[in-house]
Design a protein around this ligand. Structure first.
Ligand SMILES: NC(=O)C1=CN([C@@H]2O[C@H](COP(=O)(O)OP(=O)(O)OC[C@H]3O[C@@H](n4cnc5c(N)ncnc54)[C@H](OP(=O)(O)O)[C@@H]3O)[C@@H](O)[C@H]2O)C=CC1
Ligand SMILES: O=C(O)[C@@H]1CCC=N1
Length: 275
């Protein structure tokens, strides 16, 4: 059982749902000791389930804030007001508060925490589960270089981390925070197309997923522009250009521009933990 003194390396997840658990499992894989991790959830049975699965300590929000020096807030934006009402006044100003919530700016947290408390806003994504996360980091007005480095260290252990000005966080949320969902959506739709063409579902799934993996590795490792990579697949009067014409006819590029703009706008709407 964890002692009641603050351990310099102790991390607490306040709200441990999909992204909280993905991050938690990644940190443990990267070598974090389970005794140095506390988790909270709204339902005590959820926190107990996580404690049983990972060997971490199930806690209450107040106890976690007392015992850990780094607090990762991962409740939904709509639940952040309730969490901060309960927690805000009880957080010591020497804690580092990291918010993973979409939309909510660091100044919103600063207004609800003791004066001078360092706050860092991070937008991770679910591939942290396989150490391929993309996390965008912005410091609030009391976050020092040491706080940013500490945050980077946490998120680099489960993928890549990039510092950006906070004004770009809503755009980053639309691109990389939500990004994995767009690729899953495409894979789902392309698998359906395979069914339409008469392939068994599992075969269609395997063909599309391996094509996605191959294309992703080439995008990352070849150093080539995506246009070049696409041109190399697109033979004159061939099959690929026939498909691309359909995508253009249906305005898929315009749909993507509109979709990411809508995600950015929704992130902005969540700025005050709105509904
Ligand atoms: N999912 C994603 O891909 C990403 C999500 N985010 C952000 O992460 C946050 C969480 O999202 P996600 O994991 O999807 O949501 P989930 O609904 O899966 O998780 C939210 C968690 O918060 C807990 N919770 C709610 N209220 C409280 C409270 N007052 N005290 C303690 N715990 C509480 C819930 O407990 P219980 O389970 O008991 O209800 C649940 O475990 C959001 O702010 C989102 O914007 C950021 C990047 C990516
Ligand atoms: O959909 C959402 O609001 C969260 C934030 C980014 C990814 N999931």
């Amino acid at each position: 059982m964890a002692s009641s003194v603050v351990h310099p390396q102790r991390i607490a997840f306040l709200g441990t749902g999909k992204i909280g658990e993905a991050l938690l499992s990644g940190l443990l894989r990267a070598g974090k000791h389970p005794a140095d991790v506390l988790v909270t959830a709204r339902r005590p049975e959820r926190a107990a389930e996580l404690a049983a699965r990972y060997g971490v300590r199930a806690s209450t929000n107040r106890e976690a804030a007392k015992l850990a020096d780094t607090l990762i807030l991962a409740v939904k934006p709509q639940d952040m007001g309730t969490l901060m009402e309960e927690l805000g006044p009880h957080v010591r100003a020497d804690r580092l508060v990291i918010s993973a919530a979409a939309g909510i700016p660091t100044r919103w947290f600063e207004a609800r925490l003791p004066a001078g408390t360092p706050v860092v806003r991070v937008m991770p994504n679910t591939p942290v589960l396989v150490d391929e996360g993309m996390s965008v980091i912005s410091g609030g007005s009391h976050a020092s270089e040491e706080h940013l480095l500490r945050t980077e260290q946490i998120f680099q252990s489960v993928g890549q981390a990039l510092r950006l000005p906070e004004a770009q966080q809503d755009a980053a949320t639309a691109l990389s925070g939500s990004g994995p969902a767009y690729f899953y959506y495409l894979v789902e739709a392309m698998t359906d197309a395979g069914i339409l063409l008469g392939l068994p579902r599992q075969v269609a799934h395997d063909l599309i997923v391996q094509s996605a993996i191959g294309a992703s590795v080439m995008l990352r490792d070849s150093g080539e522009h995506p246009v070049k990579l696409r041109e190399a697949v697109t033979s004159p009067a061939g099959t690929t250009i026939a498909a691309i014409r359909e995508l253009e006819n249906h305005g898929v590029r315009a749909a993507l521009l509109g979709a990411l703009e809508a995600a950015r706008d929704r992130s902005r709407e969540l700025a005050s933990g709105g509904k």
